[in-house]
Write a protein that binds this ligand. Structure first.
Ligand code: FAD
Length: 327
């Protein structure tokens, strides 16, 4: 297979809670897999053109859009048939699905529709001539299973956060509507909706709002005040390394080079100086609000809004305001 004739699609289903970060990582891997070939994002849903256009940040120059009011809520059987129909219309080399629970379920269903094996849970894949070599982590990471498979289109999913995303590099995007048949009527599986996870226990990587504290918070009591604000906002707790080392937050809440790399919509940083090792874990948050009494603290340099004052005053005022709002 020549590189130029390689066509790789990335399936994007916002209704299945597929985040932009997951799609961005898949697009990066799609480009690597395609070599000099074509990469397209197949965006499926209703009123999802904006989500499609946003993928231009991650280098998706070509977006195929299946837009239909019957695709407003996630219905795995219906979505799988739609995706399989779209794939059948082109000579696609490989189709990448999110390696999330819902993405893997969808990939398996599309495989069923197309009569193709779904290679779920990959940590790597390479084209080897006409074949594909896949690598999956098994046995709780103690072994890697390597397989060589034949038969396009290859249906693959990548475990999220395996390679991460590069820096955004916007390109001009063309959006093309694809007409495929969408079935009416009930399907065997009924969608009963999503129940929100508790921000206090959810993985910080999945949190839209993070309230993070550093050494400047000063004590366990200070961190309790931080948690109260986080609870009112429905935010998850994050922490700098010294805050974790002080025992104010568990290690899985550490943000930074040796912790987690988060990209929430809002990152509120209290009493964090902004060492490079911390910035590495949060500078890609959409909006960053920093509260630090030192005007020269480097964290202010990455802030959307920098608040230069005592963090305890801010926490007290914020908690009172949020409490009053809930009454
Ligand atoms: P500090 O640097 O001590 O900053 C505290 C800040 O609080 C100060 O800026 C101060 O002005 C402010 N402050 C104090 N009191 C108040 C108040 N009352 N009101 C308002 N502001 C106040 N760090 C991480 O966070 N994550 C990592 O993953 C990580 N990995 C590392 C890996 C390596 C190899 C190394 C060498 C270091 C790593 N570090 C990491 C540590 C990092 O270098 C910094 O030491 C650390 O991030 C500093 O944490 P901090 O900002 O909480 O504390």
């Amino acid at each position: 297979m020549s590189a130029a004739s390689t066509e790789v699609w990335v399936v994007v289903v916002p209704a299945a809670r597929q985040t932009e970060a997951v799609s961005a990582e898949l697009l990066g891997e799609a480009k690597r897999l395609a070599g000099g070939g074509t990469v397209r994002a197949l965006v499926v849903g209703h009123d999802v053109e904006a989500e499609g256009a946003a993928l231009a940040r991650w280098g998706a120059a070509s977006v195929l859009l299946v837009d239909d009011p019957r695709l407003v809520t996630y219905q795995p059987e219906r979505f799988a048939r739609v995706i399989a129909s779209a794939v059948r219309t082109e000579d696609v080399t490989a189709v990448l699905f999110a390696g999330t629970v819902l993405g893997s379920d969808l990939g398996a269903r599309v495989g069923n529709e197309l009569g193709r094996r779904f290679h779920g849970g990959c940590v790597n894949f390479e084209l080897a001539g006409d074949k594909i070599k896949t690598v999956r982590s098994v046995d709780e990471g103690r072994h890697h299973q390597v397989e060589l498979a034949d038969g396009k289109p290859y249906l693959l999913s990548l475990v999220p956060d395996t390679v991460g995303t590069g820096a955004p590099a916007p390109v001009r995007v063309t959006v093309e509507k694809v007409e495929v048949e969408v079935e009416d009527g009930p399907t065997a599986l009924q969608d009963l909706g999503f129940i929100e996870a508790d921000p206090r226990t959810m993985d910080i990587l999945d949190a839209d709002l993070v309230v993070a504290g550093g050494r400047g918070v000063g004590s366990t009591e200070g961190f309790a005040a931080l948690k109260e604000v986080a609870d009112h906002l429905g935010a998850s707790i994050g922490a700098s390394r010294p805050a974790v080392e002080a025992g104010w937050a568990p290690y899985e809440r550490q943000v930074g080079q040796t912790g987690r790399v988060v990209r929430p919509k809002l990152y509120l940083a209290f009493g964090i100086s902004g060492a490079p090792q911390h910035l590495a874990g949060m500078r890609e948050a959409e909006t960053i609000i920093t509260v630090n009494s030192d005007p020269a603290a480097p964290i202010h340099g990455v802030a959307t809004l920098a608040v230069e004052c005592d963090l305890h005053e801010v926490l007290t005022a914020l908690a009172a305001r949020l409490r009053a709002r809930e009454k």
